[in-house]
Design a protein around this ligand. Structure first.
Ligand code: ZN
Length: 217
């Protein structure tokens, strides 16, 4: 498992520090110290994602051609009896596509909080299927990230035949059996945690561009 998103914030922090070291003006030094304190306060806060957007890609992932994938949304950190995260469903009305939480179920029906319609549980959408270019995948991720009020970690899962997964398997083989076992569960999944998304974009990085880089990585 690897964590994505360049740590732009660390670079900015270093730049402030360098300016402070070189500064010969007490007024500027004071201003820089204030900036650094505000910076540390902002990034020192713990950021918890409420949701998890998970996309399982098919085997033919490309950096420019359309390829298939399946998107699901989960509530973060709510462990169910089976051990997984609790799934969130999507309103079956194409013009609504509201988020339906597990607590919105009443018997076999659910009420969508967005369109206020009652739907039979069996009509709910659990997975969205797409065949898209990386650019359009980035748009879809951005769209659902906004629907989830910018409170989601993004998980990308790669097919076992994906060239990237192959490369990882080869690397592990060369390291020997112990590493192969250790890495087996982590293989083929890459995460862009919300805290990194916030760090990257708070310094002006474009959200869709960051998602595109993540999809192409
Ligand atoms: Zn709805």
């Amino acid at each position: 498992m690897s964590f994505h998103g360049p740590e732009d914030s660390a670079k900015l922090r270093d730049a402030l520090e360098t300016r402070l070291e070189r500064s010969e003006s007490p007024v500027e030094e004071e201003a820089l110290k204030t900036q650094m304190a505000a910076f540390d306060k902002f990034f020192g806060q713990k950021i918890d994602a409420s949701y998890k957007i998970e996309i399982q890609f098919g085997p033919n992932r490309s950096t420019w051609k359309p390829f298939g994938g399946m998107m699901s949304i989960f509530l973060s950190g709510t462990q169910m009896h089976g051990g997984g995260d609790e799934k969130v469903y999507i309103c079956p009305d194409d013009s609504c596509r509201g988020i339906v939480h597990p607590q919105d179920r009443f018997g076999g029906s659910v009420v969508c909080r967005k369109c206020n319609m009652t739907w039979p549980e069996t009509k709910l959408v659990g997975e969205l299927f797409f065949v898209l270019t990386p650019q359009h995948w980035a748009e879809v991720i951005e769209k659902w990230f906004m629907v989830l009020e910018s409170k989601a970690d993004i998980y990308l899962k790669y097919h076992r035949l994906d060239i990237r997964v192959h490369a990882e398997i080869e690397q592990e083989k060369q390291k020997g059996g112990e590493f192969l076992n250790k890495a087996r569960n982590a293989r083929g999944m890459h995460i862009y945690p919300l805290k990194n998304i916030i760090k990257d974009t708070s310094h002006g990085a474009n959200l869709r561009e960051r998602f595109l880089a993540f999809v192409r990585a």
